[in-house]
Design a protein around this ligand. Structure first.
Ligand code: EPS
Length: 362
């Protein structure tokens, strides 16, 4: 049994939903823990006024009874409070009555860098909104909720996952400058996972490789254009003698490394060191001083759509990337340790770490 996540939801639709399958029975979840991550995702510097409308909270519709997972599909919902302003424009059924609120007029001026043009061409859309609503990063909210569940599962085997912005101070200064010039910025985040035992992922096939899986999990997040594992691109410039992490012995028979250039993954398999991954986010594409575009209806030159947007969402990305990494690690853990009930999963972990010369630092 592996862990799977499927989500649905448009940015200004009624709600975001996710179904997580493959959780063991008996995992204790806390609403406050999930909501705390939802709040962290909303709090970053440079977010749009949209965040004053939303107060994200998780609702669980299935798979949980009295706070414990049932081993059945877990259904999570995060409602879009802003939908109240888009009831006509984002009505799932043909809207009734006179157009009112937002989203009533078709969008025909695609924003360079957003899904607008590619989506309109691919799906044959007359209104770019049909593309941008799902392409929006809004639905990362429900992925963060699922990531909080994954982190709860990982905690049962002492694994912790934490995301942070690289150069937070510099980022805030760049955001202030960009806001003044009605521009946007991107940035880089780093996720570290501690106490991951050796042996998550496999070199057997490319689909199994943990580095490939983490890269896909991170690249799957809106606006991510680069991913690095460990020292990543810098390794290309080094000699082998400076690039690899020597294997050293320790009293007690454990093996140890003094460096971690590999970022905790060798040959697509976790090696027992801290897992270190980074994701680079491009500047957000909705500019208050819009870039050149072409009206898809008239084919006349124009300026791209301007709508309320963030100056940056890098701090949010740190939380979203943390959730994505946690989910993928939880998936790898389920593959390795199995178990229908949580104690079976934990017992398999205990037996495994007993067998190998590796100790957690918890
Ligand atoms: C987004 C555009 C903005 C962001 C949104 C992502 O939304 P709006 O157009 O409603 O202001 O605020 O992110 C969120 C709503 C969120 O909760 O993260 C986009 O185009 O990707």
């Amino acid at each position: 049994m592996t862990l799977q996540l499927v989500s649905a939801g448009e940015s200004h639709g009624p709600a975001l939903v996710a179904i997580v399958t493959g959780l063991p029975a008996g995992l204790v979840l806390e609403q406050e823990t999930i909501d705390a991550d939802l709040r962290r995702r909303q709090q970053g510097y440079g977010r749009s006024p949209r965040q004053q409308i939303e107060t994200d909270e998780v609702e669980i519709l299935a798979g949980l009874r009295h706070g414990r997972t049932l081993g059945t599909p877990l259904a999570l919902v995060v409602r879009n409070r802003d939908h109240a302003n888009w009831e006509w424009g984002m009505s799932p059924w043909p809207p009734e009555g006179e157009p009112s609120g937002k989203g009533t007029k078709p969008v025909t001026l695609p924003r360079p860098g957003h899904a607008d043009l590619a989506g309109a061409l691919k799906y044959g859309l007359a209104d770019v909104r049909d593309a941008l609503e799902r392409a929006s990063a809004r639905h990362t909210a429900v992925h963060v909720a699922a990531g909080a569940v994954a982190k709860t599962l990982l905690r049962a085997i002492h694994v912790t996952v934490e995301g942070a912005v690289l150069d937070e101070e510099g980022l805030r200064a760049r955001i202030d400058e960009a806001r003044a010039e009605r521009d946007t910025v991107g940035g880089t985040v780093e996720v570290r996972a501690r106490n991951v035992p050796p042996g998550f992922g496999s070199y057997a096939t490319k689909e199994d490789r943990l580095d490939a899986r983490l890269a896909a999990a991170l690249m799957g997040i809106q606006a991510v254009k680069g991913v690095e594992i460990g020292d990543g691109f810098a390794l290309a410039e080094r000699r082998g003698s400076e690039a690899h992490d020597e294997i050293l012995g320790a009293t007690g028979g454990e093996l140890r490394r003094e460096t971690n250039h590999a970022g905790g993954i060798e040959a697509g398999v976790s090696n027992g060191e801290e897992i270190v991954v980074r994701a680079a986010m491009k500047p957000l594409p909705t500019l208050m001083k819009p870039l050149a575009s072409v009206d898809l209806e008239t084919r006349e030159a124009g300026e791209a759509l301007v709508e309320r947007s963030d100056v940056a969402a890098v701090e949010a990305l740190a939380v979203v990337a943390e959730a994505a990494v946690a989910f993928e690690l939880a998936r790898a853990a389920r593959e390795k340790f199995g178990g229908d009930a949580l104690p079976d999963f934990v017992a398999a972990y205990d037996a495994y770490v007993e067998r190998i010369p590796w100790r957690t630092t918890h």
